[in-house]
Unconditional design. Structure first.
Length: 440
C-alpha cells in the first residue's frame, strides 16, 4: 500500500489497537500492560486526524530529544518535537538532575580532556554566558535557565514543538512506522513522519513498534532543592554539619540527589505512583528535621522535581550492543557518531578504575538502529548497550551525544528516502563534523 493511500484512509479500530499491544507484549517478558483485574473493555473504532507530516518526528524532549530535534532541523529536515510535560530538558531540568555528565575523559595520551562538543557544548556555553552554569568539568546548570535556552535553541533551529502530548500507539506498514498516535487535550491525533526518533527515555516507541528490548530494573529516586543555604548560621550553639546537597548557579540554592529504592520497575504505573508519594513525604519530613537543627532554621524546601528520577527501564536490542569493554579499550567504530566521557569509578577485569583513569569512548550509529523498523532511531538512555555500561550510558552527556547522532541520521534517512539501516554513514559523519561533534 502506498503511504499516501494509507494516510488518506487512516482509521484506528479496536483490532488495530490490540494488534499493536500484542506486538509490544511479545517482546516484553514483564507484560506490564496486563490488566490486574482480569477485565477488559472494548473501545469503539474512531477516525484519527493526521495533524502533521514532518520529515522527522522526535518523541521526548529530554536532553536526547532536544539535541536530536536541533540536529535534524539544522541538517535541513522539517522537524516536529513532541513532549509530554510543559518543558524541555527532561530529567536534566524537570528532574532537577543538574550536572551535565560526562564532559571529560582520558585520551590515548593519558590527558584528561573535554570530549563532549557539538550541541551539548553549545548548550553549556550559552548557560555559562547567563551565569547559569558552574564548573568547567561536568557543569551544573540552573533548570529554569536551561528550559529557556532549550526553547530558544529549538525555535532558532526551526523546530516545531508540541507540549502536553503523549504517544499511545504506532501504526506499522511493511516494517515502517506510518503514523504515531498522540493523546492530547485536543483529543487523539496522529502524526505521519518519514522518520521517528525515540527519545522517550523509556523506549515507548520502540516498544509499540515491536522491537526487542530488555526492561532493566534499577534504582529510582526523586531530587529536590533547598533554599536559603547562604543563611545557615554556623556560629549558633548546637550547630552541626549536615548533608544538604550540592551547589547550583544560584548561591542560596542546593540540589539534593536521592539514590532511592533499588531494583525498581520504571515502566510500572503502580510502582511509579507509590514511589512518588513515598518520596515526597520522606523529603518533606527530612527537611523539617534539618530546619529543627540549630543554625538551619531559615533553610526551606524550594521544590521537589516534577519528574520522578527513573534512571533506567527499556534498553533496545539494536543492530549493535555497545559493551563495557568497548568503552574501556578505546575501540574505534567506522560509524561513530560521537564520544562520551566518564563520571564515576567502576570495576573492570578485577580492578577499580577511578574517573581520572577512565577512557573516552565512541558510540556507533548502529547502537541507535533497531533490527526491524525501517524508519526508527533510538537515542537517550534506551539505546542499545549492555547493562554493565549503564552508569555511563544513561547520563545526560551520553543522551546528548546519541541524540545529536540520531537527529542527524534521521535527517539523512528522510532526505534520501532510505531505511535507517542503510543510511550513508559518511554523509552522516560529515553533517556531525559540521555540527562540531568530536570523534577523537
Amino acid at each position: 500500500m502506498k503511504r499516501r493511500t494509507f494516510l488518506s484512509n487512516i482509521v484506528l479500530s479496536q483490532g488495530a489497537l490490540l494488534s499493536g499491544a500484542q506486538i509490544a507484549r511479545s517482546s516484553d517478558a514483564d507484560t506490564n500492560d496486563s490488566p490486574r483485574s482480569g477485565k477488559t473493555v472494548m473501545e469503539p473504532a474512531r477516525e484519527i486526524p493526521v495533524i502533521e507530516e514532518p520529515d522527522v518526528l522526535v518523541v521526548g524532549g529530554g536532553p536526547a530529544g532536544v539535541t536530536a530535534a536541533i540536529a535534524a532541523a539544522r541538517a535541513g529536515a522539517d522537524t516536529l518535537l513532541v513532549e509530554r510535560y510543559n518543558h524541555l530538558g527532561g530529567l536534566w531540568t524537570g528532574g532537577l538532575v543538574l550536572p551535565l555528565l560526562s564532559t571529560h575523559a582520558i585520551d590515548k595520551d593519558g590527558k584528561f580532556k573535554q570530549v563532549i562538543f557539538g550541541i551539548g557544548d553549545e548548550m553549556a556555553k550559552r548557560l555559562k554566558a547567563l551565569d547559569m552554569a558552574i564548573s568547567e568539568v561536568n557543569p551544573v546548570v540552573d533548570p529554569e535557565a536551561a528550559k529557556y535556552i532549550f526553547d530558544v535553541m529549538t525555535k532558532e533551529a526551526g523546530v516545531k514543538t508540541l507540549y502536553h502530548c503523549w504517544v499511545s500507539n504506532v501504526l506499522l506498514n511493511d516494517g515502517r512506522i506510518e503514523a504515531v498516535v498522540l493523546e492530547s487535550k485536543s483529543g487523539r491525533v496522529a502524526v505521519a513522519p518519514k522518520v521517528v526518533v525515540d527519545c522517550t527515555g523509556d523506549g515507548d516507541v520502540l516498544h509499540l513498534a515491536g522491537e526487542e528490548f530488555e526492561n532493566f530494573h534499577y534504582h529510582i529516586g526523586l531530587v529536590h532543592r533547598l533554599g536559603n543555604i547562604d543563611r545557615i548560621d554556623t556560629s549558633k550553639p548546637g550547630y552541626k554539619e549536615l548533608r544538604i546537597g550540592d551547589p547550583t548557579p544560584i548561591p542560596s540554592v542546593n540540589w539534593v540527589n536521592m539514590h532511592g529504592k533499588d531494583n525498581q520497575d520504571g515502566i510500572d504505573m503502580y510502582t511509579l505512583s507509590e514511589l512518588q508519594r513515598q518520596y515526597r513525604i520522606e523529603i518533606w519530613e527530612k527537611v523539617q528535621k534539618i530546619r529543627s537543627t540549630p543554625g538551619y532554621e531559615s533553610v526551606f524546601l524550594l521544590d521537589t522535581a516534577s519528574q520522578l528520577g527513573v534512571r533506567m527501564s527499556r534498553i533496545l536490542a539494536g543492530a549493535y550492543r555497545l559493551t563495557l569493554a568497548d568503552s574501556m579499550t578505546y575501540k574505534n567504530f567506522p560509524d561513530a557518531i560521537g564520544i562520551s566521557g566518564a563520571w564515576t569509578s567502576l570495576l573492570y577485569q578485577g580492578r577499580r578504575y577511578t574517573t581520572r583513569e577512565r577512557p573516552l569512548w565512541q558510540i556507533p550509529y548502529r547502537s541507535l538502529v533497531p533490527r526491524k523498523t525501517k524508519n526508527l532511531l533510538v537515542a537517550g538512555r534506551c539505546f542499545s548497550f549492555e547493562t554493565k555500561l549503564v552508569e555511563d550510558a544513561r547520563i545526560i552527556g551520553t543522551c546528548i551525544i546519541t541524540g545529536q547522532g540520531a537527529g542527524a541520521g534521521a535527517a539523512v534517512a528522510a532526505q534520501s528516502d532510505s531505511a535507517v539501516q542503510d543510511v550513508d554513514v559518511k554523509r552522516l559523519r560529515t553533517i556531525l563534523k559540521e555540527q562540531n561533534v568530536y570523534f577523537g
